[in-house]
Design a protein around this ligand. Structure first.
Ligand code: MCA
Ligand code: AMP
Length: 503
């Protein structure tokens, strides 16, 4: 078995594993610069090894051995990133929490995942929000200077519980194992020749796969480095690329904003030109943004496609020829097929036959926490996971995503939002009698959340937007609220959302 991260033992200590020359090299290389940089602060690989030991010692002494579930409030600080890596390396099961979660989701997650303890860089900011004890991260994780031990091995035990929305109901906790993560990252590293020489820059949240698994864990697993911005600003990312980071991970909304910034700011163009690799994911990258960026910078953005439950399924490789709208072929070591409505395999590789993407392999999650029913609905007895995404495939196995089965799932800024979740939150407002929510095309966000409501007492749309932002994560708020007299329904009384869609 191999270690999850390459800083398993202090490369300078006699406890360093024999035969770990490559590991030692990688650690030493990353040690000479920041393994993780946030703002003006950074930690080295050796600091991460110390933090792992410190976290393990602290939690074990408090009665929480490795294997216990710990929640981490993913506040925007270096300490947060360190705690996530250290917690994973020390063998804990991490439940990353969006610090902006509203009470509806937060209470559900804490009850469902039942973490024994929580960590926060700034416990005061989250005081009283959950019944679990919240320990401060600073400064203990960086003061430890005792001996360091091995990190967690790549095993089939849970590593992460990540919450993801469905069409209705509250988010479900996807349980990802250490093997899921390690296998997926190694395959991507090969596809992109992602090595210890790379420094990734990203400005994604650390409570979803994209920012946490790819951006943070990926950078550390390859022995490289990460420059993390807790907030996205085009110029900051471009400056980081210009000053030596080599790889950029972002959602399409960020590329859209970069393409706009590049029109007026030559430094943004300059930065993007410097990158070795620009990768987009979490939602479809519109052609117009791709072309605009290419025209301005001469660089192409490559796409990869994934889900919380499967991590990354497809990726355009470094040497693949450019092809519009293609998210690449299945990554090495996984099986991918298209299926029809009855889940029968479609053999066509004609770039036009449409089917649902199904995948199988060591990257597919263990299941949803406490929801065997929901797991059985998406994963069959043979291990195939049915994604709900509709696509076609060409003769080379390259996949083009065309849409998704469930119209009640909205991808807004790369965040998945269930229409039912937003409707339920709106119905909690005393003035709302009925609500229907859908996604409308949006040049910046991909899709924007639009709500149609029938009111019992007059209320301003802004009040309802703020109400949803206070109950759920603010990114789940409707960007538009339309007050109507009644919702269109069919003969069975079911709301016909198609009749609400904007022209
Ligand atoms: C605005 N705000 C509010 C309100 N309005 N707060 C309370 N009440 C309101 N009414 C706050 C927001 O919380 C936010 O604060 C700020 O104002 C701006 O909000 P918003 O307009 O929503 O954000 P944005 O600027 O449009 O964000 C665009 C973004 C963001 C930066 C692209 O959508 C983003 O970070 N997306 C990444 C999503 C992601 O990582 N998805 C990966 C899923 P503040 O600025 O303080 O937050 S993993 C996945 O999909 C798979 C595995 C894959 O393939 O990757
Ligand atoms: P999430 O549950 O937040 O992990 O979102 C997963 C969903 O994001 C997938 O089912 C797809 O619908 C969408 N997605 C991710 N990457 C891409 C991409 N490159 N192109 C189109 N859709 C994507």
């Amino acid at each position: 078995m191999t270690a999850l991260f390459p800083f398993g033992a202090d490369p300078r200590s006699p406890r360093a594993e024999s035969g770990g020359a490559e590991q030692e090299n990688r650690s030493s290389r990353a040690e000479s610069r920041g393994a993780i940089t946030v703002g003006t602060e950074h930690v080295t690989a050796l600091d991460l090894a110390h933090a792992t030991e410190a976290l393990r010692a602290r939690l074990t002494a408090a009665g929480f051995p490795p294997g216990s579930r710990i929640a981490v409030w993913t506040q925007g600080s270096l300490e947060t990133a360190v705690a996530l890596v250290a917690g994973a390396a020390a063998g804990y099961v991490l439940v990353p929490i969006d610090p902006k979660l509203g009470p509806l989701e937060l209470n559900h997650i804490v009850k469902d995942a039942a973490p024994l303890v929580a960590f926060a860089a700034d416990p005061a900011a989250v005081a009283g929000r959950i019944a679990v004890e919240t320990l401060p991260l600073t400064p203990a994780l960086r003061r430890y200077d005792g001996p360091v031990g091995p990190t967690r091995e790549v095993d089939d035990e849970p590593l992460l519980i990540l919450y993801t929305s469905g069409t209705t109901g509250l988010p479900k906790g996807a349980v990802l194992t250490a093997r899921n993560v390690a296998f997926n990252l190694d395959a991507l590293a090969r596809a992109w020749r992602w090595t210890a020489a790379d420094t990734v820059v990203h400005a994604l949240p650390l409570f979803h796969v994209h920012g946490l698994v790819l951006g943070l864990f990926g950078s550390i697993r390859v022995g490289g480095a990460l420059h993390w911005f807790p907030r996205f600003a085009p110029r900051e990312v471009a400056d980081a690329l210009r000053l030596g980071t080599t790889v950029f991970f972002a959602v399409p909304t960020m590329y859209h904003r970069l393409s706009e910034a590049a029109e007026s700011d030559p430094e943004v163009v300059h930065g993007l030109r410097h990158a070795r690799l620009l990768v987009s994911g979490s939602a479809a990258l519109p052609q117009r943004d791709q072309l605009k960026l290419e025209a301005l910078t001469g660089r192409r953005v490559i796409e990869r496609y994934g889900l919380t439950e499967t991590l990354i399924n497809c990726a355009v490789r470094l040497d693949d020829p450019p092809s519009a709208g293609v998210v690449g072929a299945a990554i090495e070591g996984i099986e991918l097929k298209l299926v029809d409505d009855q889940r029968r395999t479609l053999g066509a590789r004609d770039d036009s036959t449409l089917g649902e993407i199904a995948v199988r392999g060591p990257h597919v999650f263990a299941g949803y926490l406490n929801r065997p029913d929901a797991t059985a609905a998406v994963k069959d007895a043979d291990g195939w996971f049915f994604t709900g995404d509709l696509a076609c495939m060409n003769a080379a196995g390259q996949v083009r995503i065309v849409g998704r089965r469930a119209t009640d799932l909205i991808k807004c800024g790369g965040y998945k939002v269930g229409a039912g979740e937003v409707e339920a939150a709106l119905l909690e407002h005393p003035s709302v009698r009925e609500a229907a929510v859908l996604g409308a095309p949006d040049a910046d966000l991909g899709e924007r959340i639009v709500a149609y409501v029938v009111l019992s007492t007059p209320t301003e749309p802004q009040v309802l937007q703020d109400f949803v932002a206070s109950q759920l994560s603010p990114h789940k708020r409707p960007r538009e609220v339309h007050v109507i007299d009644e919702l269109p329904r069919n003969a069975m009384g079911k709301v016909v959302k198609a009749k609400l869609r904007l022209p």
